[in-house]
Design a protein around this ligand. Structure first.
Ligand SMILES: *[C@@H]1O[C@H](CO)[C@@H](O)[C@H](O)[C@H]1NC(C)=O
Ligand SMILES: *[C@@H]1O[C@H](CO)[C@@H](O)[C@H](O)[C@H]1NC(C)=O
Length: 388
């Protein structure tokens, strides 16, 4: 019984923390000169962050790359690879602390693993400088993009343990070091203008967002509300069951389609992996699939295992509910559509939460009345509508 209150509390806590905290770490990072960048990304490896602003008219990209070198005398590096993926071909900016204590930024033309030459890059780099504080190094630079109208680049980033005679010592070869590369969409992460309603490049993401928000974020919660509350009214039997099944099965169908678009987006975006969003998505798909099979394994109402089946079915149902809502917000953080989309979803889910709360109170009143008016009869436990 208490579970529904805990659930509603969880949802509201989630919503309020989402409203008051930025999800990404990079959004709270500040720069000494109060410089502002229009986008930022928590890079998936090596505790690294990239902030950037694209200036399409000048074809320049201003960046601030932040990373933690393995040691204070180590180095950090961020590169664009105009010719391929990974290190071979990368045009790198590299920063470290010189022996006189000041931070230096150098540029390296890495044409192959064996040819790392300090010198000019294949594109112009302006205003490069670096800072070091609290264990984090920052590289600032403005690069003139290799081609006009470029909106995606292959990026590579890296950290290394030391610098010897002005030359960076080889980095580690851990999975995180080897994975620190990929495509960067310079237009994504836009807080307005991009996302829903934006250009055709965002279309797939928007379809993915809408399918999943409707299924996991709206239909599943409605189905759960129907199952939980309509059931307590004898006149709603068996209509509630069909409504519930309809919501969950159509939610599942749309959700699976949305999940498929997510897998496609994931495999398309090699550079930036949103592992939490992806993992929750996979968990949701698995739980929901188990839930659909549960329908076929449902024991009869009076079967002695029905009680355990109910616990299992309700447990997984609430898990899907909570994970689904969390993942819609994770997705909104990634897609960063215009704020009205997030606001709309918050309104929808809060309304559903409010309806659930109201129905919870009404159900209690109905159940208590029924109990007192039938107090001569022994209470039939199977009629108890609220036993999760
Ligand atoms: C410190 O050394 C770097 C290179 O070793 C040099 O470029 C820089 O000018 C030096 N800074 C000062 C303040 O001497
Ligand atoms: C980088 O190195 C490669 C191979 O040595 C060379 O062909 C290329 O011209 C170099 N790029 C620049 C900008 O110097």
């Amino acid at each position: 019984m208490a579970s529904i209150f805990i659930f509603i509390l969880t949802i509201f806590t989630l919503l309020t923390t989402h409203l008051s905290h930025a999800q990404q770490t990079c959004t709270t990072q500040k720069f000494t000169n109060n410089k502002l960048y229009s986008h930022c990304n928590d890079l998936p490896h090596l505790n690294s962050f990239l902030h950037w602003s694209l200036n399409p008219s000048k074809n320049t990209l201003s960046i601030a790359f932040i990373a933690a070198p393995p040691t204070p005398s180590g180095w950090i590096s961020w590169a664009i690879n105009p010719t391929g993926e990974g290190m071979a071909g990368a045009q790198a900016l590299l920063a470290y602390k010189a022996s006189n204590g000041s931070m230096v930024v150098k540029t390296y033309n890495i044409s192959s693993y064996s040819s790392i030459v300090e010198g000019e890059l294949s594109f112009d780099v302006k205003d490069k400088r670096a800072e070091y504080s609290d264990g984090m190094m920052k590289i600032y630079a403005t690069v003139v993009l290799p081609e006009n109208g470029v909106t995606t680049v292959n990026q590579v980033w890296q950290v290394g343990p030391a610098v010897s005679d002005g030359f960076p010592v080889k980095h580690a070869f851990q999975p995180a070091n080897l994975g620190a590369k990929g495509r960067l969409d310079l237009l994504s992460g836009q807080s307005s203008g991009g996302g829903i309603g934006g250009g055709s490049g965002n279309k797939k993401k928007n379809i993915h967002g809408i399918l999943n928000a409707v299924s996991w974020g709206i239909l599943f919660p409605i189905g759960i509300i129907i199952a939980r509350y309509l059931r307590s009214f004898p006149s709603a039997d068996p209509a509630w069951f069909y409504l519930h099944a309809f919501c969950q099965v159509s939610g599942y169908a749309i959700g699976v389609a949305g999940w498929g678009t997510g897998l496609k987006l994931g495999s398309d975006s090699k550079g930036v992996t949103y592992s939490t969003h992806r993992d929750i998505g996979i968990a949701l798909f698995s739980l929901a699939t188990v839930q659909v099979f549960a329908l076929f394994l449902r024991p009869n109402k009076d079967h002695k295992f029905r009680f355990y089946w109910n616990i299992y079915h309700h447990g997984i149902g609430y898990a899907i509910l909570v994970l689904g809502v969390i993942n819609v917000f994770k997705g909104l953080d990634i897609l960063s559509p215009e704020s009205k989309w997030r606001t709309s979803y918050i309104i929808v889910i809060s309304t559903l939460g409010g309806i659930a709360l109201l129905l919870e109170v009404i159900t209690w009143i109905v159940v208590l009345n029924r109990k007192s008016s039938k107090s001569t009869k022994p209470y039939d436990n199977k009629q108890q509508p609220l036993a999760p």
